[in-house]
Design a protein around this ligand. Sequence first.
Ligand code: ZN
Length: 153
Amino acid sequence: MKKKATAKAKAQSTRDRYADLRKILEGRRGEILSEVQGRIRGVRAEGSQTKLNEVFDAGESSDTDIQEDIEFALIQMKAETLTKINEALSRLEEGHFGNCFECGDEIAEARLRALPFAVRCKDCEQAREQAAERERIWQQRRGGSSLFMDMSS
Ligand SMILES: [Zn+2]
């Protein structure tokens, strides 16, 4: 367990941290925006399809429709990421960003750099994944029995 900083030092470090986090989020947003714009140009200009062609030649279905679908799916994914970043930025404005939803601890900066809109610290995320995995195995063992649902209703 980490030692708690004094309230005053904590407030200052929180402000610094938020400034850093804002930079990370805005930086990521800029990267994604330019990548999306690049992709949209790529779809229109057909030039950047080369890599996708290489991938799909191996599987014989080098259909341009499929490639465009993939491009648009990627663009859509990026757009969803942008939405999450914007949400993270508004959480930052409200002072709710960068702390774990589960335990309230600060989420490590390295983790936020990799996943700017992470809402849980690494430990809680892992615990959650493990719980989900246990639940999945448990459900399989029970053959998908809905006993729990019956009990809770
Ligand atoms: Zn946590």
